[in-house]
Design a protein around this ligand. Structure first.
Ligand code: ZN
Length: 126
């Protein structure tokens, strides 16, 4: 919980380890609005929705699908340290978000997209 807003960090000890789902984006996608699972009475501070930085989230795949997580290759837009990671379906040159992304071939094979990467494109994760 190093990157999230102070209001979220204040409740870090009771937020870490909880599950929920991302319901929206804040500040141009810098933060995720996370809606916690659970009963209102046992939520931290009685609050269901929290702004959390992507680097503080442990994202799981939305649901197991026939095409495995490996179906998406890692594609980049931008360059150097600012490059954004996009999930690129096989045989395409654009990420799931619609942005053009070039593959990053490593010795003939492609890296898989990881939704937990620091620079992962928020739009591609959804
Ligand atoms: Zn993307």
């Amino acid at each position: 919980m190093l990157h999230s807003p102070a209001c979220t960090r204040d409740f870090a000890t009771s937020l870490v380890g909880r599950s929920g789902r991302v319901t929206g984006l804040l500040r141009n996608g810098t933060y995720a609005m996370v809606e916690l699972d659970g009963e209102p009475g046992e939520l931290p501070g009685g609050i269901r929705r929290w702004p959390v930085h992507w680097d503080d989230l442990e994202l799981s795949q939305p649901a197991p699908r026939p095409e495995s997580a490996d179906a998406y290759r890692l594609g980049l837009s931008g360059s150097g340290r600012d490059a954004v990671h996009h999930a690129v379906p096989q045989g395409r040159e654009t990420g799931l978000c619609g942005q053009r992304a070039y593959p990053l071939p490593v010795m003939g094979w492609s890296l898989s997209f990881s939704a937990t990467a620091t620079r992962a494109c928020p739009a591609c994760i959804h």
